[in-house]
Design a protein around this ligand. Structure first.
Ligand code: SF4
Length: 373
């Protein structure tokens, strides 16, 4: 535990927070990209240590939250097909599609199983040759290498009864979409440390240069986050826009080359829909030609399903950083973790769930966050 407690030292946290308070001279909005970082910030109350001029804006880095409703609807259709074993991570079971969720389909007798690795799904396919086994492959650059490996392994085993429903998304294009929006208020990013542990951070300098934003690769413990914020504030106050690595114990400039090679072997970049946000060019992965036979969307012909978002859920604004969860009228009333209207209230990394679970329960009306541009 030594390695953990070192990064949760209360005295050091207060010292870092004092340095941040002393450095801030005017309003700034800094976005933490990753939902895991959002949860750590809210859970440890780090935002409450910061000066009022400094606003932390929560980003789109929650894999379950950004999986589009159409992908959920396709998952529901595949899971309901006869003879299918549908495998998913647990969070996905309660994410609402247009009319229902995977739990409802499971309740009607579909064989929906929670797995902890896509390789578990490959093993299931190997052990059940008379059944079709489908894995719901969602998430960012962090989960994608294991999913690519599962497809690669299925190919090597010659499995004809394994497929993946792919809805992978990529972080840098989403950051660019936020920065290029006319509504953007974000002046600096805390980049997601675990994404960078796979991909490195060599893709960020052009983004920092083009939009003149500091980008600090940041970890997930309280001191990691405060250090990331301190570095971002220093740059903002100095008028610089460099990429800094504040997570060197995990992240290198080049990242994990073996994982990147596996990704390039199995996937190719494509445009991708993001739940509540819309289509972002070149922001996702799909199976390459040589692996297209493992595409569940084609195998089960579920590409044309019509989908619709809940008109009451404003998670798109939450994911773009233009609305705080407790500014949503449904927050804590018609929308709770037991009765979620949107994925951001369901997911273990969702911003709405973070606010609800860690006691930010006061609904504060529907006004937008006030940090000036
Ligand atoms: S509180 Fe519920 S309804 Fe509102 S944005 Fe979050 S998930 Fe959607």
């Amino acid at each position: 535990m030594k390695y953990l407690t070192e990064f949760r030292d209360g005295e050091l946290a207060q010292k870092l927070a004092a340095e941040i308070r002393a450095a801030v001279t005017r309003p700034w909005a800094i976005m933490e990209v990753c939902g895991g970082q959002t949860h750590a910030i809210i859970r440890h109350g780090l935002d409450q240590l910061l000066p009022p001029e400094l606003e932390l804006v929560h980003g789109p880095g929650c894999p379950v939250c950004v999986t589009p409703v159409a992908a959920i609807d396709r998952a529901l259709a595949v899971a309901a097909a006869p003879g299918v074993i549908f495998c998913s991570f647990g969070d996905m079971l309660r994410v609402p599609g247009t009319r229902e969720d995977l739990f409802a389909v499971k309740g009607r007798g579909a064989d929906v199983r929670v797995v902890y690795s896509p390789l578990d799904a490959v093993r299931l396919a190997k052990g059940n040759p008379a059944r079709q086994v489908v894995f719901f492959a969602i998430g960012f650059e962090t989960t994608a290498p294991a999913n690519a490996l599962a497809v690669h392994q299925a190919a090597q085993l010659g499995l004809a009864n394994f497929s993946v429903l792919v809805s992978h998304v990529l972080v840098p294009p989403a950051m660019e979409a936020i920065l290029s929006s006319p509504a953007n208020r974000v002046r600096a990013f805390l980049a997601a440390g675990h994404v960078c542990s796979v991909m490195g951070y060599h893709q960020y300098p052009p983004l920092a240069e083009r939009y003149r934003v500091p980008i600090v690769v940041t970890g997930f413990e309280p001191l990691d986050l405060l250090d990331g914020i301190r570095r971002a504030v220093r740059q903002l106050e100095a008028g610089t826009h460099a990429v800094e690595n504040a997570y060197p114990r995990v992240v290198t400039f080049d990242g994990n080359r073996a994982a990147q090679a596996m990704l390039a072997e199995v996937f190719e970049v494509c445009d991708r829909d993001w739940r509540g946000i819309g289509t972002i060019p070149n922001s996702g992965w799909r199976l390459r030609g040589g692996y297209r036979r493992f595409d569940a969307e084609e195998r089960f012909a579920v590409g044309d399903i019509r989908s619709a978002e809940s008109p009451h859920c404003r998670s798109g604004e939450v994911l773009r950083g233009t609305l705080k969860p407790n500014q949503c009228p449904a927050f804590g009333t018609t929308c709770t973790p037991r009765t979620p209207l949107g994925a951001t209230m369901v997911s273990g990394e969702g911003a709405c769930a973070a606010y609800f679970n860690y006691g930010r329960l006061t609904a504060v009306g529907t006004e937008r966050a006030t940090c000036p541009t």
